[in-house]
Design a protein around this ligand. Structure first.
Ligand SMILES: C[S@@+](CC[C@H](N)C(=O)[O-])C[C@H]1O[C@@H](n2cnc3c(N)ncnc32)[C@H](O)[C@@H]1O
Length: 213
């Protein structure tokens, strides 16, 4: 599917949320390549989204792929409420659920999932717990499961644009790491990297790392 189909689908979503949340739900694919990310879910049965925000990526997976079992976790209860609304339309057809988590303890049922996504979440995790978080994720995933790790490249001068973005929309300064450091991190905690690439969309220097346990 194309990005314009994705945006058409998300703009048709009705959700009782604030202005900024609505803006992110409907237009986040303009800056974040959800189409590229979704491609990895094509032949997968179950998807787990760590830091799922308002659940719009889970809704895209539910709508545009054959994935049947989807779970999203999020530290912000307001966004979990949004996610439940955004995914309401799949309640009869997909096994889809959302949960609030404390940002530290990843739920044990992640072991049941084949493909884990972390989309622009790593740079929101406090620096002191970033690496232990990834080690915990590795330990809790089932052998053979895949992680799609997508974040913003601190090795690019354009990282400043993401920092300004986060300052405006999340009221915090991101803890981005470079593409190179991200690959080292994933390898150090035990993952095997099977695919990696970078893609700049407007002023956002994205990197994508597909890793296997
Ligand atoms: C830039 S948003 C991305 C949301 C979603 N993954 C997407 O791509 O639309 C970052 C998300 O990470 C969540 N987050 C922040 N700190 C976190 C933490 N310590 N652990 C997990 N998620 C966290 C935020 O609440 C926010 O929803």
């Amino acid at each position: 599917m194309t990005n314009s189909e994705i945006i058409k689908f998300l703009t048709s979503t009705t959700v009782n949320a604030g202005f900024v949340d609505k803006l992110k739900i409907k237009y986040r694919p303009v800056i974040c390549p959800f189409d590229d990310l979704m491609a990895y879910a094509k032949d997968t049965k179950s998807v787990f989204d760590v830091g799922c925000g308002s659940g719009q990526f889970c809704a895209l997976v539910a709508n545009f792929t054959g994935v049947n079992t989807i779970k999203g976790i999020e530290i912000n209860e307001r966004l979990v409420n949004n996610a439940n609304q955004v995914n309401q339309r799949f309640s009869g057809t997909k096994n889809i659920k959302f949960a609030v988590f404390d940002g530290n303890t990843i739920p044990d049922d992640i072991v049941e999932y084949d493909l884990i996504y972390m989309i622009d979440v790593y740079h929101h995790i406090p620096q002191s717990v970033q690496k232990p978080f990834m080690k915990q994720l590795f330990d809790k995933m089932k052998p053979g499961a895949r992680l799609m790790f997508k974040d913003i490249d601190a090795g690019s001068p354009l990282v400043i644009c993401n920092k300004l973005h986060d300052l405006v929309f999340a009221k915090e300064i991101g803890k981005e790491i470079s593409f190179k450091a991200a690959k080292s991190l994933l390898t150090e905690v035990g993952f095997k990297i099977v695919e990696e690439y970078k893609k700049t969309v407007f002023v956002y220097p994205h990197y994508f790392i597909l890793a296997v346990k």
